[in-house]
Write a protein that binds this ligand. Structure first.
Ligand SMILES: Cc1cc2nc3c(=O)[nH]c(=O)nc-3n(C[C@H](O)[C@H](O)[C@H](O)COP(=O)(O)O)c2cc1C
Length: 355
């Protein structure tokens, strides 16, 4: 407890941070609810959907390779493109070279002014981590800190944060890396409560998360296994944890973000969406995705996402089977229309319960 209160002194809560004050930076907001960066998921079409339903949520781009940006790859530049309506939006970058990261920030700054730049230090994929980027940076706190320094130097006042895991083999490793990055100027740390090698099925270790968070003197966002409003409430009760970041549970479920914002602000929760509403938003998402990426890619990419939108109803599976059988926008929309008109009855109680 003594330890806990000392850390609270280091990190004073901002009583005026109510999420509406213009002067309040995104990481000073309370409650602080974020949709996690997810490759091939949190693109501009989906961020716009989430923004419309959860106006207070903090949104991230997909993780973007700094050197791909510098090479001018159009596909990579699309990843950092965002609309004004999406703010606050944080651009997440990865690379192993601090200079490259700094240059990428500088190039992005010529075209956009995001609300933050986030350094990915959590990606475990071999191609990324083996060359010292993503999770690989956890092994080299000095390089991580240098990267933060280079990014800040080129960020023109835009705040820089990091997103990392508990460690590579040791769940206390994050503390040293976070301290080095905070010393270098990082204003916020997101911690995915797993080790590098942990499969997504391994339960996130919230005890280890709380132990680490209590030692980090800036805003800490907890991440890992927030599936329900109740999970979000429990996560922010952990000592040292200031906000929640939701990844898998937020795919095709923007309402979870909305309800978490409401719950953590002490407001009344909206009812769960009806199947009609889910179908309507899934259709809107599909159209936006097709407009952005063309019909074939737009439709195929949306399949697994649509599956999440329509989950939990007696005809979910039937609808899903129909959707994976078609490849055109109009046929997919027709399947969703049919789903919208089905009976409201649910197959089982939804996982997102108001409590
Ligand atoms: C499809 C998918 C893509 C992801 N892409 C990224 C990414 O681009 N950057 C990142 O930092 N983490 C990425 N992650 C990790 C998530 O941000 C998050 O840390 C992890 O899924 C744990 O949160 P959860 O238990 O709420 O899913 C991804 C996860 C998923 C499932």
């Amino acid at each position: 407890m003594c330890h806990h209160s000392r850390r609270d002194m280091m990190k004073p809560r901002n009583p005026s941070a109510n999420g509406h004050g213009a002067a309040v930076s995104w990481y000073e907001r309370r409650p602080l609810v974020a949709l996690a960066p997810m490759e091939a998921v949190t693109d501009s079409p989906y961020r716009r959907i989430v923004r419309a339903i959860a106006p207070e949520a903090v949104l991230y781009t997909e993780f973007t390779p700094a050197r791909g940006l510098l090479a001018g790859a159009e596909r990579v530049w699309r990843m950092v493109h965002f609309e004004e309506s999406e703010r606050p939006v944080i651009v997440q970058l990865y690379d192993n070279l601090p200079e490259t990261l700094g240059e990428a920030v500088s190039e992005i700054g010529k075209r956009y002014r995001p609300d933050g730049y986030d350094l990915n230090m959590g990606c475990p994929v071999r191609k990324v981590a083996s060359r010292g980027a993503g999770c690989g940076m956890l092994a080299t706190p000095d390089v991580a800190a240098d990267a933060v320094r280079h990014m800040i130097e080129r960020a023109d006042g835009v705040p820089v944060s990091i997103k990392t895991r508990l460690g590579i083999h040791d769940k206390t490793q994050v503390v040293e890396v976070a301290h080095a990055c905070v010393e270098a100027g990082a204003v916020q740390v997101s911690i995915h409560a797993r080790l590098k090698a942990d499969r997504p099925k391994v339960p996130a270790d919230w005890d280890a998360l709380a132990r680490a968070a209590a030692q980090i003197p800036v805003t800490v966002i907890g991440n890992g296994d927030v599936w329900t409003v109740r999970d979000a409430r429990r996560m922010v009760e952990l000592p040292g944890v200031d906000g929640v970041m939701i990844a898998r549970a937020g795919i095709g479920n923007p309402w979870l973000l909305r309800r978490c914002c409401q719950a953590l602000a002490g407001r009344e929760l909206d009812p769960l969406p009806t199947r009609e509403e889910k179908a309507r938003v899934a259709m809107e998402h599909l159209r936006a995705n097709v407009a952005e990426k063309g019909e074939r890619r737009g439709v195929l990419e949306m399949r697994k996402v649509v599956r999440n939108y329509i989950k939990g109803h007696i005809d979910s599976k039937r609808t899903w089977m129909r959707i994976i059988d078609v490849e055109s926008e109009v046929d997919t929309l027709a399947a969703l229309e049919q789903f919208a008109a089905g009976p409201e009855q649910r197959k089982h109680e939804p996982r997102t319960v108001p409590s």
